[in-house]
Design a protein around this ligand. Structure first.
Ligand SMILES: NC(=O)c1ccc[n+]([C@@H]2O[C@H](COP(=O)([O-])OP(=O)(O)OC[C@H]3O[C@@H](n4cnc5c(N)ncnc54)[C@H](O)[C@@H]3O)[C@@H](O)[C@H]2O)c1
Length: 343
């Protein structure tokens, strides 16, 4: 078949990663247009990737270009609006960056528009393709450490920023269980933003999945952070160690080191297989990402409702925004700042 015609919205840092990856498959994809509110950014991007047409209005690009795929690389607060518009424009697939959205209502609007228009939606949780995570999932499913009891993750840079990857990867290694309940705590004493969206100073969540495994999640808590994953099981322990995994159990006679092997796919090649109808699902589908948004929102909702949040819960707005707007998280150190895109 002909190549998929791709249009990019948002031509900043991550758009370069997408440009490079689409260009790795020149027989499958062709980036025919790009859009950014900044004329300078879109012109530079189009020059770098030899893209024929630049727009400063993504709606015009959607109308004029008869695209098959739209890739949304803008700030997270705009993902829903652009994804819904792209779905309604008649494309076949949308690849939207993480976090999927900044509220459950937005995530549901994205899924609803894609279902209505038969559009395949993928979210940029590309770490699901790093060999270590599918390997950890296989080892856990094989029972090498018994039943997984707890996973510990401790990272920085915002819940919706790094937290979305970490939660998504944890869900992946546990076999994508549904979530039973969440309890959390949030501090926001400074006027902190991340890519133009208000975020917390720090937070933590205890997340219980359907199989009773708990994720203990710390975001921006006092250091040290931990790059590795730590999984405690009923008959052993497993952790990541650089690009390798190691586990210990009652019979392993010391640490067993596993060097994970890639299955050869990446986010883009799997997207092509899904669009072609050769596979039934994409491991980073919008449905998977919604499960991750739900957990993040439940951490905020737990603060708002002062207790355990049973999943599913029904607050379409961002509970963090509600907490801030209702004066429940007053700023003590005035001065608005953004940790990724300085004002
Ligand atoms: N998957 C990953 O590992 C990963 C890594 C980095 C960033 N991201 C995500 O990618 C997104 C963008 O991050 P970035 O670092 O590239 O940001 P960036 O600031 O470098 O680029 C964003 C671009 O979007 C443009 N933009 C904003 N609103 C727009 C609109 N309504 N229409 C058109 N253009 C618009 C801005 O002008 C800017 O050029 C964020 O959601 C971020 O979380 C994902």
């Amino acid at each position: 078949m002909d190549k998929y015609r791709v249009g990019i919205v948002g031509c900043g840092g991550i758009a370069h990663f997408h440009g490079q990856n689409y260009n790795r498959y020149p027989n499958d994809f062709e980036i025919v247009a790009a859009a950014d509110v900044s004329q300078e950014s879109v012109d530079k991007y189009c020059q770098e990737f030899e893209i024929p047409t630049a727009y400063t209005d993504y709606q015009k690009m959607l109308t004029d270009e008869h695209l098959d795929i739209v890739t949304v690389c803008t700030w997270q607060g705009t993902h829903a609006e652009i994804t819904v518009a792209a779905a309604e424009s008649g494309v076949k697939g949308i690849l939207c960056e993480k976090p999927m959205a900044i509220s459950l209502g937005q995530a549901d609007a994205m899924i609803g528009a894609c279902e209505k228009n038969k559009v395949k939606l993928v979210i940029g949780h590309q770490r699901r393709f790093e060999a270590i995570y599918p390997e950890a999932r296989r080892l856990l499913a094989d029972g090498v450490i018994g039943e997984p009891i707890s996973v510990v993750r401790r990272v920085g840079s915002g819940l919706l920023n790094w937290g979305t990857h970490v939660i998504d990867m944890t869900r992946q290694i546990l076999g994508d269980p549904s979530t039973s309940w969440v309890i959390g705590q949030v501090e926001r004493k400074t006027d902190r933003y991340e890519r133009r969206c208000r975020i917390e100073d720090l937070c933590m969540g205890l997340i219980c999945f359907e199989n009773d495994t708990r994720l203990i999640l710390e975001i921006d808590m006092p250091k040290p952070h931990m790059n590795n994953i730590l999984i405690q099981g009923s008959n052993g322990t497993m952790s990541s160690d650089g690009g390798k995994l190691k586990y210990l159990n009652g019979d392993s006679n010391g640490w067993q080191i596993v060097e994970p092997k890639s299955d050869g796919r990446d986010l883009w090649s799997e997207f092509k297989l899904w669009l072609d109808g050769d596979i039934d699902d994409h491991r980073c589908s919008g449905y998977q990402a919604r499960g991750t948004v739900e957990i993040m929102m439940a951490i905020y909702e737990s603060v708002r409702t002062r207790g355990l949040v049973h999943i599913p819960f029904q607050t379409p707005e961002s509970p963090l925004e509600l907490l801030i707007d209702n004066g429940m998280l007053p700023v003590e150190t005035p001065g608005k700042y953004d940790i990724r895109v300085p004002f």
